[in-house]
Design a protein around this ligand. Structure first.
Ligand code: DGL
Length: 278
């Protein structure tokens, strides 16, 4: 079983690509909709939420968890990998059975850094993601001479959740956020928030045509396929009739309504859970 965790519904854009690339696994999707958005919250709070999500997904039988949320990947992933997992889920003495948690930052950063023509990179994300400097740091770890320009876009995720994709107000706000990145002549743009792929065509239109803008879902799905092929010891069974179980921390009907739009397919069954007591 593979777990996909997001602050809410946005991670369904990542799940959608993963299901296309890797359809033969069983998945659990957890959207912490009761406490979303995470984008303006502090590191301590986001880390606390992420730990609860990780515990829930491991308790449900996941061996591998993808934190699909950029904000949680930026603010909590490193601490989860370096402190929480070794303390709470130490590898068995026989080795090989330990649990893994991955995020969305590394795959996107690797894709951009592998292109030698790209020198100036724009990052568009939530306030927390930008403040964390996680993309900046990861890009510089791979290539110290890259120029990285970050822009927080706190209004975009709520507008997308409102379904305001085609409203002139949304386009105006998007233009305002992208203007500084255009002015810096960014050659690539990382959509560092699960919601922004919905604005991809507008973003492409506003940015110059030659700007490289990877589709985060596809990048993460490709990277996951590669990871699984290199980590057969995780022993995640292939499923002849794959399933996706959906869990939310708030109203399942609301999750279904918007979630089907994000996922592009029907969501049959969603269970409401309480992370604190799970
Ligand atoms: N899923 C979040 C992210 O990718 C966006 C929504 C939120 O702020 O929780 O950063």
């Amino acid at each position: 079983m593979i777990g996909i965790f997001d602050s809410g519904l946005g991670g369904l854009t990542i799940l959608k690509s993963i299901l296309t690339k890797l359809p033969h696994y069983n998945y659990i999707y957890l959207g912490d909709t009761a406490r979303a958005p995470y984008g303006n919250k502090s590191q301590t709070v986001i880390y606390g939420y992420a730990k609860e999500a990780v515990d829930f997904l491991f308790a449900r039988g996941c061996k591998l968890i993808i934190i699909a949320c950029n904000t949680a990947s930026s603010k909590a992933l490193r601490q989860i990998q370096q402190e929480y997992l070794p303390a709470k889920y130490p590898a068995s003495p026989a080795g090989g059975s330990d649990k893994k948690v991955l995020g969305v930052i590394r795959p996107l950063v690797e894709e951009i850094a592998s292109n030698d023509k790209i020198q100036r990179i724009g990052i568009l994300g939530t306030r927390a993601t930008v403040e964390s400097n996680a993309y900046f740091t990861e890009l510089h770890n791979l290539k110290p001479n890259l120029e990285v320009f970050q822009q927080a876009a706190p209004l975009l995720a709520p507008l997308i959740e409102e379904g305001w994709l085609d409203k002139p107000e949304t386009k105006m706000i998007l233009k305002k956020y992208l203007r500084p990145l255009k002015a810096k002549q960014a050659q690539a743009l990382i959509l560092a928030c699960t919601h922004y792929p919905f604005l991809l065509s507008d973003i492409r239109r506003i940015m110059a045509k030659r700007v490289f803008i990877p589709d985060p879902g596809k990048t993460v799905a490709d990277s996951l396929a590669n990871y699984l092929s290199r980590h057969v010891e995780l022993n995640i069974p292939l499923a002849s009739a794959p399933t996706v179980q959906f869990y939310t921390t708030d109203d399942p009907n609301k999750f279904k309504e918007l979630g089907e739009k994000f996922l592009g397919q029907t969501i049959e069954k969603i269970e409401k859970i309480n992370l604190l007591s799970s």
